[in-house]
Design a binder for this molecule. Structure first.
Ligand code: AMP
Ligand code: ZN
Length: 310
């Protein structure tokens, strides 16, 4: 049976309080926005190193992006159409001296900073791989080998929550494949095996299920149904606060030619390129480790510490 929402909320709050008390997360006064303590960050680094150990032999090209991308890139990728509720855009003050005075008066009266604010050209990165497609597209037609990219970035999603595993700003480590349909299918199968094996080596229970992205609204429900029917998204779930409602910690996505068409990326044969990505939610994996093995990494089982090099 599913736990009642209030029971789940209590469990989330209790786990979050523990993480804050142990200095693993640091409150920034907004649900879903945290600083990270040294012990937490060390585990994140170890998880990343374990992913590198698996992925590096493939010799991916490494790309690191800031937590922002061009707003035009977010729009061109189609994100703002499908997930307007999650997208974040950066605003700043573009006003005159007169509007600055009005702003200060508003602030003095306890108002907020909306006076004179307009959107900048910067959007917050919604998934680490969004910087990859425009970069690959700018190089022209793909070679026979296609592209394989290792990418890591802070991502933003407008989903405030008391669940410490549902953050507004979190990091995603991804491998991204761009090429033919055969290349992307083989890539996803390979990483589904590797993802399972990695999480099993952390002594964590898991299941892999068909999933869908949180597309907005009525049209979104159709997109989600189609995504599930065609097995385009799988998620690796690990129980964190609840066994009945385990948390998605890794996702395996087949985008078909969605980004290939959006960015006019062509395969060597001149077809619209396919793409696929595996996304590791490194904070969620760290939280699962802390939940199951305790708040002190030095007390974790020897085999888990060995895999993580702790
Ligand atoms: P997605 O693009 O939604 O499949 O996300 C890829 C991975 O990022 C997921 O499997 C999660 O591990 C992680 N992730 C997604 N949303 C959040 C969030 N709000 N907080 C923390 N991690 C997240
Ligand atoms: Zn991705």
């Amino acid at each position: 049976m599913m736990p009642a929402a209030t029971v789940l909320a209590d469990l989330h709050r209790a786990f979050r309080d523990e993480l804050l008390r142990h200095g693993l997360l640091i409150s920034l006064g907004v649900d879903g926005l945290y600083g990270r303590g040294g012990a937490f960050e060390n585990v994140i680094e170890r998880i990343n190193a374990a992913i590198s150990t698996i992925g590096d032999p493939d010799r991916p090209e490494v790309m690191r992006f800031p937590p922002g991308i061009g707003r035009w890139q977010l729009e061109k990728s189609g994100y703002t159409r499908k997930f307007p509720q999650l997208a974040g855009t950066v605003y700043s003050f573009f006003g005159s001296d007169r509007e600055h005075r009005a702003l200060i008066e508003t602030l003095d009266k306890g108002g907020d900073i909306t006076v004179g604010q307009q959107m900048t050209q910067v959007a917050l990165t919604p998934a680490a791989c969004y910087g990859v497609y425009p970069t690959v597209a700018a190089r022209g037609r793909l070679s026979e080998d296609g592209a394989l990219v290792d990418v890591y970035a802070y991502c933003f999603r407008n989903e405030p929550s008391i669940d410490p595993a549902r953050m507004q700003m979190f990091r995603m480590r991804e491998h991204v494949r761009v090429g033919t349909h055969e290349q992307t299918v083989a890539f996803r199968e390979l990483w589904m095996r590797r993802g399972r094996a990695l999480v099993e080596s952390f002594n964590l229970t898991l299941e892999v299920v068909v999933a869908n992205d949180p597309f907005f609204g009525r049209v979104g429900r159709l997109l989600a149904a189609n995504q599930r029917e065609e097995n385009l998204k799988f998620e690796l779930l690990i129980p964190i606060t609840s066994k009945e409602e385990p948390t998605a910690c890794v996702s395996f996505n087949d985008h078909r030619d969605l980004f290939g068409r959006a960015w006019s990326i062509e395969t060597a044969a001149g077809e619209p390129a396919h793409s696929a990505c595996v996304g590791f939610g490194v904070e969620r994996i760290a939280l699962a480790l802390f939940k199951h093995h305790g708040f002190a990494p030095e007390d974790w089982p020897r085999d888990v510490r060995d895999v993580l090099g702790l």
